[in-house]
Design a binder for this molecule. Structure first.
Ligand code: ARG
Length: 472
């Protein structure tokens, strides 16, 4: 079928055809386009707009195409896009009657519908893999509720925590990334079909029927909006850019923690490479590449928004240029997610090093001050001063936290307040011991094993519900 025969005298130049064709990336919507045409044809017959026998023939040809696959289509750029290639296929099969399938339908509402159909599936696939990562993190955390590590602020030793608490921080960031997609899904799951070119049609179509057949939640209520909006794409790609940002932050820690200086983790060989000249090297390349993939997502988001910003209502061909950036964003984010999940879940944590670092820099000092306040009813500012001096003196004389005792603290307190402190050794060592210190942080959201276990329980029940939602 030559679409141009009516209005246009000349064929498009070969260069112009290649320049404007979307066939290359239309492969993503091949199956959705069959589905969309089937739903529309079925509805046309049900509404008595086309003969039921014609509809049967069209549906039969579409069914054949489904079985034969995309290779059965003539994908020459002169065909323009998948919608025309598909119509040409049906025409070759059943002749002129194929033309009836395009009654009351435009490529404008068709492509918007197809994109939504495919994106719904892709979003759920990614959501499923996020849940899978979170589940892996909960198992990993469960084994490490008493594995003490040092926590950082400003990348300086701050306070002890546990490896489980840290992994749960990852899990909760990912949970929000998951929820963002879940929310976006609602705005993807609406049906533009029936909007035709931009103002619907004078044929008595029934949009409820195609909405039902295609499994959309509801109808897009304004046909001009329906054919020209791509905000559902922009927000999906933002969600993915945010997801990859979460992953990149995790990867940054994998890179740091696997250095000799940190020595906290070992990344499995399966996710590492070596150097072509330095035989001793083991490099965290997966983490590094994943970190760089954020740039791809930010680029795609920026491209999409920039294409969208000055498009007059309604359909403009610029919109087609958004599509490859969507699919590249989706695929990049998805593969990054899965490889980062596999890498992170393969790491080995060096527990001794975790404890060593947690003990190294008086990271428990805040708690000693708190205990002085509680036990000795001393104002926090004075306690702060005593402990500050204690750290300075200990560092100057190379005294480790576990060596600090009542006498040591009393000497300092006498100097500062004129009186001894009298805090017993048991309390001092409890305050300064990283694990004991962590155990005292029993506030919701805190690192005590008790609290992390509760958080794990909550997260597991969340995962169970969400897995059910995704399967529904
Ligand atoms: N390939 C086009 C796209 O992706 C389909 C719609 C074409 N519509 C048109 N009026 N040329 O946007």
């Amino acid at each position: 079928m030559n679409l141009r025969a009516g209005r246009l005298g000349k064929k498009m130049s070969e260069d112009a055809a290649t320049f404007t064709s979307s066939l290359e990336f239309d492969k993503y919507i091949f199956e959705a386009d069959i589905e969309c045409n089937m739903a529309h044809t079925t509805m046309l017959a049900q509404q008595g707009i086309i003969e039921s026998s014609t509809a049967q023939e069209i549906l039969g040809a579409l069914d054949d195409l489904k079985n034969e696959g995309i290779d059965a289509l003539d994908m020459d750029p002169s065909v323009e896009d998948i919608h025309m290639a598909l119509e040409n296929y049906v025409t070759a099969k059943i002749g002129k009657k194929a033309g009836f399938m395009h009654t009351a339908k435009s490529r404008n509402d068709q492509v918007a519908t197809d994109l939504r159909i495919v994106l719904k599936v892709k979003i759920k696939e990614i959501q499923k893999d996020i849940l899978d990562f979170i589940e892996g993190l909960t198992d990993f955390a469960q084994e490490n509720t008493e594995t003490v590590i040092i926590g950082y602020t400003h990348l300086q030793h701050a306070q002890p925590t546990t490896f489980a608490h840290h992994l749960m921080a990852y899990a909760h960031s990912l949970k929000r990334d998951y929820e963002r997609l879940k929310d976006t899904y609602k705005r993807v799951n609406i049906n533009p079909l029936g909007s035709a070119a931009m103002t619907t049609t004078s044929f008595p179509i029934n949009r409820d029927i195609t909405t039902e057949i295609l499994g959309f939640d509801s109808i897009m209520e304004n046909s001009m909006d329906a054919v020209s909006s791509r905000d559902f794409i922009a927000e999906t790609v933002f969600d993915l850019a945010m997801l990859v940002t979460t992953l990149s932050k995790i990867c940054e820690e994998m890179v740091l923690w696997s250095t000799h200086e940190f020595g906290l983790i070992t990344i499995s060989d399966e996710f590492s490479s070596t150097s072509s000249i330095m035989p001793q090297k083991k490099n965290p390349d997966v983490a590094e590449i994943a970190r760089a993939k954020t740039a791809v997502l930010y680029g795609e988001l920026n491209t999409i928004l920039t294409i969208l910003k000055a498009i007059p209502y309604t359909y403009n061909r610029d919109l087609q240029e958004i599509t490859p950036h969507l699919w590249n964003g989706v695929e990049t984010a998805h593969s990054t997610l899965n490889i980062v999940r596999d890498m992170v879940l393969s790491i080995k944590i060096n527990k001794e090093r975790g404890l060593e670092l947690a003990r190294a820099n008086f990271a428990t000092a805040t708690d000693l001050a708190d205990i002085i306040v509680r036990e000795k009813q001393m104002p926090f500012r004075i306690a702060h001063k005593i402990v500050g001096r204690m750290v300075t003196d200990a560092l100057a004389s190379n005294i480790k936290p576990e060596e600090i005792d009542q006498t040591f603290l009393d000497e300092i307190t006498v100097e500062i307040t004129g009186n001894t402190l009298g805090l017993n050794n048991e309390l001092i060592s409890k305050a300064l011991d990283p694990l004991e210190n962590v155990k005292m942080r029993k506030v919701t959201g805190g690192p005590s094993p008790e609290m992390v276990n509760l958080a794990l329980k909550n997260l597991r029940s969340y995962l169970k519900n969400e897995i059910q939602y995704l399967d529904s």
